[in-house]
Write a protein that binds this ligand. Structure first.
Ligand code: ADP
Length: 302
């Protein structure tokens, strides 16, 4: 149902009283290691909802790579196209202080080696799903190759995270371009002389003018906005008690991409995705917080 092309990282998390200054050593909590990375997260989120999902990613030939592969397989993701080797598995070194503020260092590792050639060797995979989704934690040239080799009729969804300068070729392929508020600003600053101002509905329209066939702006606890040739419309949030918003955007993007592939309209798919994002913020962690379809349904009943 869905092919995710993207990153996979091991998240190494240590709690600290305060973050060390230059030359300083501080003691922290026991280490916890979690599977993460936007591509890996989105594949797990879709599979947990029941989507038949494949991941195209690159892992190191190491213990973190095995951890990530196991997490994908446990969620039911098809990992037969996941590549191994070339560099160590991507890692995010995360320190969290008592107020919940993070400091993060990312080593892209093998994610940086997922190449246009890897995409060319996966054309059978690209042709296997109605929707292909990508994010930007892999080389931009690899995303460009995905867009170039996409079979006609296959829908391309881009979560522009982390935000970057996007070539017109990529922008015009997006249906939709998915961004949060920060990403909306950065993407538009790169592409247009006029900064975003006014309300988010006007942002969505300004982003649409850059070439995508449709745009979705996520607004955290305020839901989302969708815009396409037919106009812009708000998608109200589902009120929940937010415990940890890590991975909310990944859950949202995965749900939206999957539902578009089933033939839903952008508004209907976004209404579902907002519920999936809401369910994800009620639990701690990223992949650990992603709901099943049943959990999404019970959120509606609550
Ligand atoms: P990101 O994690 O990429 O910054 P957002 O914070 O916009 O993305 O969250 C993505 C989606 O998750 C939102 O559109 C919304 O549906 C849901 N969400 C996030 N935070 C909350 C919240 N506090 N309450 C309810 N839903 C939320």
């Amino acid at each position: 149902d869905l092919l995710v092309v993207g990153s996979a990282n091991a998240d190494l998390v240590i709690g600290v009283e305060r973050r060390p200054g230059p030359g300083e050593t501080v003691l922290g909590s026991d280490l916890s290691v979690h599977p993460g990375g936007k591509g890996a997260n989105q594949a797990v989120a879709a599979a947990r909802l029941g989507a038949r999902t494949a991941l195209l990613a690159r892992l190191g030939d190491d213990a973190h790579g095995r951890l990530l592969r196991d997490a994908q397989e446990a969620a039911g993701v098809d990992t037969s196209w996941v590549r191994a080797g070339g560099a160590p598995t991507g890692v995010a070194l995360i320190t969290v202080d008592p107020s919940g503020d993070n400091s993060i260092v990312v080593s892209p590792g093998a994610n940086g080696r997922l190449s246009p050639a890897d995409v060319r060797e996966s054309t059978a995979l690209l042709a296997s799903a109605p929707v292909v989704s990508a994010q930007l934690e892999i080389p931009l040239e690899t995303v460009v190759e995905v867009v170039r080799l996409l079979p006609s009729g296959t829908r391309f969804v881009l979560n522009a995270s982390p935000p970057a300068r996007l070539p017109a070729e990529v922008l015009t392929a997006c249906d939709p371009l998915i961004v949060n508020e920060h990403e909306a600003r950065v993407v538009s600053e790169h592409a247009s002389a006029t900064p975003l101002d006014g309300d988010p509905a006007s942002w969505a329209k300004a982003l649409l003018a850059l070439g995508p066939r449709s745009v979705v702006v996520t607004l955290g606890g305020r839901g989302a906005l969708v815009a396409d040739g037919g106009g812009a419309a708000p998608v109200p949030a589902v009120p929940v008690r937010a415990v940890d918003t890590t991975g909310a955007g990944d859950a949202f993007t995965a749900a939206l991409a999957w539902r578009l592939g089933t033939g839903e309209t952008l508004s209907d798919a976004a209404a579902y995705a907002v519920r999936v994002g809401a369910a994800a913020v009620t639990k701690r962690g990223a992949q650990a917080s992603f709901p099943t379809a049943q959990e999404v349904a019970s959120l509606d009943a609550a």
